[in-house]
Design a protein around this ligand. Structure first.
Ligand code: C5P
Length: 213
């Protein structure tokens, strides 16, 4: 895909990409950030790092360091489960909020992917996309990455969905103005193309309106 690096200068522009586990958020977010030269934050990593750190989760969230986000153990199924368990704790979410907000609204454009970016972290995001796919499709994709028993991966995907959608604080749900992108029957190229087209349209609309930040 054509990469377009533009000096966005003082522009503040946020792309919020939310959705359940293994829907394709990470791949789409990285591709969008790369295409438009925006910074990217995988917010799930913050919760994963808190989940695997041990000790009191709220303290772990308040004292999180950049090096905590580089562990190779953060991508495992176990880390995903640990993340969704600490993510229900309001003190953990509150401790991680300010960093995410600053990242989203710093100059130069940002893509954040997570569960509550369009609803809680940055409701003013210029583009909001809710990426989803059926649980079976998502479990199959995750199983191709992590191996093991596919039925067990499906069980964990459904378990995490239920916890993320059912929690009281910042539950996973599409923002009212989010564009839904169901990737169940899409290729990665199609999904990335749709997301980039939405960003392109929002940037063009801003340019026509004469806004730049
Ligand atoms: O996106 P990822 O699968 O890495 O996220 C791991 C877990 O972290 C999610 O299942 C969810 O419980 C939590 N999370 C969250 N809010 C975010 C990002 C992740 O609650 N913005």
């Amino acid at each position: 895909m054509r990469t377009r690096r533009v000096a966005w200068g003082a522009m503040i522009f946020t792309v919020a990409i939310d959705g359940p586990a293994a829907a394709g958020k990470g791949t789409i977010s990285r591709a969008v950030a790369d295409r438009f030269g925006f910074r990217h934050l995988d917010t799930g990593l913050l919760y994963r790092a808190v989940g695997v750190k041990g000790g009191d989760p709220a303290t772990a969230a308040r004292t999180l360091l950049p090096e905590d986000l580089t562990g190779t153990d953060l991508r495992t199924l176990a880390a995903g489960q640990a993340a969704s368990q600490v993510a229900v704790i309001p003190e953990v979410r509150a401790a991680l909020t300010e960093f995410q907000r600053r990242f989203a609204r710093a100059e130069g454009g940002a893509v954040l992917d997570g569960r509550d970016i369009g609803t809680v972290i940055c409701p003013e995001a210029e583009v909001k996309i809710y990426v989803t796919a059926s649980p079976e499709v998502r479990a199959h994709r995750r199983w191709l990455e992590v191996g093991g028993e596919e039925a067990q991966v499906l069980h964990e995907v459904k378990d995490r969905d239920a916890r993320d959608m059912g929690r009281a604080d910042a539950p996973l749900r599409p923002a009212p103005d989010a564009v839904l992108l169901d990737t169940s029957t899409m290729t990665i190229t199609e999904a990335v193309g749709r997301a980039c087209a939405l960003v392109e349209a929002a940037l063009s609309a801003r340019k026509r309106a004469g806004g730049h930040g």
